[in-house]
Design a protein around this ligand. Structure first.
Ligand code: HEM
Length: 337
């Protein structure tokens, strides 16, 4: 290697290190390494992700910024991530200045095949229109009553009997799985009035739930790759892109079938059957929405209400089981003896 090459390499490394320390200086979170950012910590803690993030948040007073890719140009565009659990920040992001935090083109491109331009994948006017329509529906007493009915029925007739049977047989249950099935059944009932009954003894596989999971996972995998690579894989039909295409098509067929059946029912004026689910409410409005739009409404609501509620419930039971004093208080207040 001649002296000039050595000089160029040394200058480049020095420049990189100056740039790296300027990026690193304001970051408060976990240790950031040259090139790979905080990735080593992430990989090291992959089996205790929640605990690791909670420790970082605690150490930084509730908010930190980290860099998952310390490469010039890429870092500013994709690498800097802010993590927060500060209620003030959450209120600001989710309520006060929600419009300041759009999903943006990267997010929208990744989820477009699955969520289209639904509320979870749109900004600006498309989002505002759906937000207003959904907000209007959510304030109605009948929708709340419908939600209560779906939840109560599933808990009383299916969730509790499954727990009781397991208790009598002395068998453990996978509570996370049961709760995911429970919230999936409920949200399908609420969104389009059809309970897929995934929470029944024997815990059957449900092709719609499986396709929905696969499509979500395959969409999330796109985040790992630069956009041009996953687009190229989609074009060639490679790897997870095939799974995504097949599962989205399954979800589409399932929802098309539901929409067509509901159209028939509503046009036949089957008054004996009252449809108070979200889909029927949108279909009964003066404005006529396209089937694609109706499909996206239902799908986005399933995504919104399923994993969020089941994860919150799983955490709730985990916390209660770790705090016997709280469990005792709940039992004293609500147990029927
Ligand atoms: C414990 C349960 C839940 C949690 C933790 C939760 C959390 C959230 C969060 C953080 C967002 C904001 C997402 C964003 O930045 O765009 C959101 C939005 C939303 N959630 Fe929930 N959610 C829960 C349950 C539900 C349920 C049961 C439904 C419907 C039945 C629902 C419907 C929605 C909708 C429609 C939006 C989009 C609002 C918008 O973009 O304007 N959520 N939820």
């Amino acid at each position: 290697m001649d002296a000039f090459t050595v000089l160029v390499i040394t200058s480049l490394i020095t420049l990189y290190l100056i740039w790296f320390s300027s990026i690193k200086r304001p970051l408060k979170g976990p240790r950031v390494w040259p090139l790979v950012g905080s990735l080593p910590g992430l990989i090291q803690n992959r089996n205790r992700m929640h605990e690791w993030i909670a420790e970082n948040l605690r150490a930084c007073g509730g908010t930190y910024q980290t860099c998952i890719c310390a490469v010039p140009f890429l870092a500013r565009k994709q690498g800097l991530v802010t993590v927060t659990c500060d209620p003030k920040n959450l209120e600001h992001i989710l309520k006060g200045r929600f419009d300041n935090y759009p999903k943006g083109p990267t997010w929208q491109a990744v989820f477009h095949d699955l969520l289209g331009e639904g509320i979870f994948n749109s900004d600006g006017n498309t989002w505002l229109f759906q937000r207003k329509t959904a907000a209007l529906e959510f304030t109605t007493r009948t929708l709340r009553q419908a939600m209560g009915r779906w939840v109560n029925r599933a808990i009383k007739n299916r969730f509790c009997p499954i727990l009781k049977a397991a208790q009598l047989e002395g068998k453990p249950v996978d509570l996370q799985d049961l709760l995911l099935r429970l919230t999936f059944d409920n949200i399908c009932g609420l969104a389009f009035g059809r309970d897929p009954e995934t929470l029944t003894p024997g815990l059957p596989e449900n092709s719609f739930a499986t396709a929905f999971d696969q499509a979500t996972e395959a969409s999330l995998q796109r985040f790992i790759l630069p956009e041009f690579i996953w687009r190229f894989r989609k074009w060639l039909g490679l790897g997870m892109e095939v799974t995504l295409r097949k599962s989205v098509s399954h979800v589409d067929d399932y929802l098309t079938n539901i929409i067509n059946t509901r159209k028939l029912e509503l046009s036949n004026q089957q008054q004996s059957v009252v449809h108070d689910d979200l889909l029927s409410r949108f279909m009964k409005k003066k404005e006529s929405y396209s089937d694609k739009f109706l499909q996206q409404v239902a799908l986005n609501f399933i995504l919104a209400g399923r994993d969020t509620s089941s994860v919150a419930l799983s955490w709730f039971f985990w916390l209660v089981s770790n705090n016997p004093r709280v469990e005792e208080k709940i039992l004293l207040k609500f147990a029927p003896f």
